[in-house]
Design a binder for this molecule. Structure first.
Ligand SMILES: O=C(O)CCC(=O)C(=O)O
Ligand SMILES: [Fe+2]
Length: 329
């Protein structure tokens, strides 16, 4: 896997000062709590008043990489405190970065949350947790988190995934592979554009996994007006139910995604923005420390209005009874 030369969009000192000042101002008004509904309600106005430089840095992905890194935010390793041992223990740890992520996400679109995930928070904490080492979720560590579309099972999934790095002493890489860099022949694209297999809810959605409705078959690829897009999560796709030629095309896609995959090792302060319709992401295996110095990411999911990157048929999917909550709705 090549080490990525992800496009970097620097945030200059003025932009950094503006973002952190806006975040501090909001937090000061709401007891330092980044999850306060009052704070959330003020984010859109604060985001709108950020400078053109920040708005420009948050423009849509504009390369075939399907991602970019915003770089320049300072993180004081002491000030942020120890890495929580579990997302539920994070509380307001690193709250300034929660708000900065909300501001950036709101410049790019609308943050979404899931009632059943991390208590409905709009900014998740991604930390390795004891007992979860081998899961296919952000809490795992010792296994490869295989390439996936975020929340692939759901028609309301994010258009953008935003990962802000707080701490990463072992330079553990996030992986990313763009559909715009794979080479498939027309026949393979045609096969994978047919709705043949469902994508089942992942381990992070306990309730959805018990949903009684028939799982809808969905296409893996979609030739949108803007180019090819994908919806891909092999770990939750019952491939054995597909005909042989379909399985072969799927395997080709998997191989191509592995071939073009890059490893992006985030440094503290880096904010990785991944287009969830173009890029599948994952994470390499690592040894968790469980001593307060573990890798720690903040994550937000963003919807972007007016995009035509998904098949219209998605609108009639049941989403396994789950609904994403839009901030500012
Ligand atoms: O840990 C990472 O780098 C990515 C984890 C992940 O898949 C996610 O946060 O959605
Ligand atoms: Fe993910």
């Amino acid at each position: 896997m090549p080490t990525g030369t992800a496009p970097v969009r620097p945030l200059g000192p003025d932009s950094v000062a503006e973002l952190t000042a806006a975040a501090h101002t909001l937090l000061a008004r709401y007891d330092g709590s980044s999850t306060h509904p009052g704070l959330l309600a003020e984010v859109p106005a604060a985001a709108a008043s950020l400078s053109d430089a920040i708005h420009r840095a948050c423009r849509p992905v504009d390369t075939a990489d399907g991602l970019f890194v915003l770089r320049g935010l300072p993180v004081d390793d002491t000030e942020i405190g120890p890495t929580p041992g579990h997302w539920s223990a994070a509380g307001d740890a690193g709250a300034v970065y929660d708000v900065v992520l909300l501001l950036l996400s709101t410049v790019m679109g609308t943050p979404i949350a899931w009632e059943g995930q991390q208590e409905g928070r709009f900014v998740h904490n991604i930390v390795p947790s004891p007992g979860h080492e081998q899961e296919q979720t952000g809490a795992s560590s010792s296994v490869l988190l295989s390439p996936h579309t975020e929340d692939a099972f759901h028609p309301g999934r994010a258009h953008l995934l935003v990962l802000g790095c707080m701490r990463n002493h072992d330079s553990v890489a996030t992986t990313a592979a763009s559909i715009r860099q794979v080479e498939l022949d027309d026949r393979e694209v045609e096969l994978l554009s047919r709705p043949v297999l469902p994508i089942l809810p992942d381990d992070a959605y306990e309730e959805a996994r018990g949903y009684a409705g028939e799982p809808p078959a969905v296409p893996t690829l979609w030739a949108s007006e803007e180019g090819l897009t994908l919806r891909f999560d092999p770990a939750y796709t019952p491939l054995d139910q597909a005909p042989e030629d379909h399985r072969a095309a799927y395997a080709r896609l998997e191989g191509e995604l592995a071939r073009v995959s890059v490893a992006v090792s985030l440094n503290p302060g880096d904010v990785l923005v991944v287009d969830n319709d173009l890029v599948v992401h994952g994470r390499v295996p690592f040894q968790a420390r469980y001593d307060g110095t573990d890798r720690w990411l903040k994550r937000s999911s963003v919807r972007v209005g007016g995009r035509s990157t998904r098949p219209p048929a998605e609108k009639s999917e049941h989403g396994y009874g789950q609904a994403a909550v839009e901030a500012y709705a």
